[in-house]
Design a protein around this ligand. Structure first.
Ligand SMILES: Cc1cc2nc3c(=O)[nH]c(=O)nc-3n(C[C@H](O)[C@H](O)[C@H](O)COP(=O)(O)OP(=O)(O)OC[C@H]3O[C@@H](n4cnc5c(N)ncnc54)[C@H](O)[C@@H]3O)c2cc1C
Length: 382
């Protein structure tokens, strides 16, 4: 008989895992704390490694139809001087799949609408876990209890599941905050699929086309910890990023205030284990990372494919979770740590150090020849 699999969280990792589990004959149940589908957080870059995972899920064409292929990504200074260019369309020939910019809501919709056998129970916030020799029992805020053979904690960076099985871990403060926005906007960048990230002094602005007329952007700034999460007015944001040249000021200007969200950035120092007994963490619950490499959701998609591969072998729960950890932990650790270091470099505030950094990037070897870049983006799942 197939194992009863409970998934906590209907985010990218929960939905993608359910989809892959269905493909190998499981009928998982997802428990999601919110009542409606998540639609926040604007957009995402899904690099070739993520579109490769989506290809394994049979969703690549649907993704391409609902996103924008990024032909080139440029790293520049806030004054517009080019430091490096990554020819992503050209690299897709090598990697097999494109890098795309996509509305987060589109990715959620595509994953959720392809589920056929999965029940999604909304308004179920996990509050407790209990394990016996035979099963794991999840308890929810609404009083409901559910038993299963394996419980997947796919409940994101602030994972309640992780806090239950590893209570002594705490998130690591990055030193910076990020605003994210989406807006209708058309120019040569969006039409040609040109993404860029501009580096200032302790500040960055990223621009990712999601269609010919839709853009996702993010802006980061150094900050102190425990700054309570709050909104900033568009005027304040425009003022903060005033040293950045066009199209940055226009993009901020055309974005509606309600479409701008702010987040203080954290990650988690890589854990030694992601599982305890019948409970396994996946996605951000297992390996939350700073967004500097744009790899959090990409890794969540990879996790889903590998999880199905390990479960398909039909081994015991303990063997399955161990195999999953063996297959995924080194890669996740490498990405989390690389992203952390990149964030430190990108957020340098001292003007002199920024100038040196920029010069080194400009004269250094091309990014696409960098073996670490290829290890991350060019990763093949199968
Ligand atoms: C500024 C920023 C930019 C980013 N840009 C990119 C990018 O370009 N590319 C990329 O690949 N990644 C990016 N990421 C990372 C990406 O957003 C995450 O890695 C991804 O959302 C993780 O998916 P997840 O399903 O693991 O977690 P989540 O998306 O957080 O989903 C978790 C789900 O669990 C639910 N939940 C939480 N607690 C409970 C509970 N107790 N009971 C039941 N349900 C619960 C939540 O409501 C949610 O639906 C970015 C992140 C940030 C902060």
């Amino acid at each position: 008989m197939k194992k009863r699999i409970l998934i906590i969280g209907a985010g990218i990792s929960g939905l993608a895992s359910a989809l892959m589990l269905e493909k190998i004959g499981y009928k998982p149940v997802i428990f999601e704390k919110s009542d409606c589908s998540r639609n926040d957080g604007g957009g995402l870059t899904l690099w070739s490694n993520a579109t490769d995972a989506l290809h394994s899920m049979g969703l690549l064409e649907e993704i391409y139809q609902n996103s924008k292929v990024i032909s080139e990504s440029t790293l520049k200074t806030s004054s517009g001087q080019t430091l490096a260019t990554i020819p992503l369309r050209e690299l897709a020939t090598k990697y097999g799949t494109h890098t795309v910019g996509i509305l987060r809501a589109n990715l959620h919709h595509i994953l959720a609408s392809n589920l056929k056998q999965t029940e999604i129970k909304k308004g179920y916030r996990l509050v407790d876990l209990k394990e016996t020799n035979e099963e794991v029992i999840a308890r929810f805020e609404n009083g409901h209890e559910q038993a299963g053979d394996l419980l997947l904690g796919a409940d994101g960076i602030y994972s309640a599941v992780r806090n239950k099985i590893f209570p002594n871990n705490s998130l690591r403060f990055s030193g910076y905050e990020a605003w994210r926005g989406i807006s209708t906007y058309t120019d040569q960048y969006t039409k040609s699929g040109l993404a860029f990230e501009a580096w200032g002094n302790g500040m960055r602005f990223g621009f990712i086309p999601m269609s010919d007329s839709l853009v996702y952007w993010f802006a980061t700034r150094n900050t102190s910890e425990n700054l309570s999460e709050g909104q900033i007015s568009k005027e304040q944001l425009t003022h903060t990023f005033r040293e950045f040249v066009e199209p940055v000021p226009t993009v901020i200007k055309v974005t509606k205030e309600k479409d701008i969200t702010r987040k203080v950035i954290y990650d988690l120092k890589p854990l030694q284990n992601w599982s305890k007994g019948r409970v396994l963490l996946i996605g951000d619950a297992a390996h939350p990372t700073t967004p500097n490499l744009g790899q959090g959701a990409c890794m969540a998609l990879e996790d889903a494919v590998i999880l199905a591969q390990t479960l398909e072998k039909g081994n015991s729960i303990s063997h399955t979770v161990k195999t999953f950890e063996d297959m995924r932990m080194d890669r996740a650790k490498f990405i989390v740590n690389s992203s952390w270091v990149l964030g430190k470099i990108a957020q340098i505030e001292n003007k002199l150090f920024c100038d040196v950094r920029n010069r080194l990037v400009k004269i250094g070897p091309s990014i696409q020849r960098n073996s670490n870049f290829n290890r991350i983006i060019g990763h093949k799942i199968l």
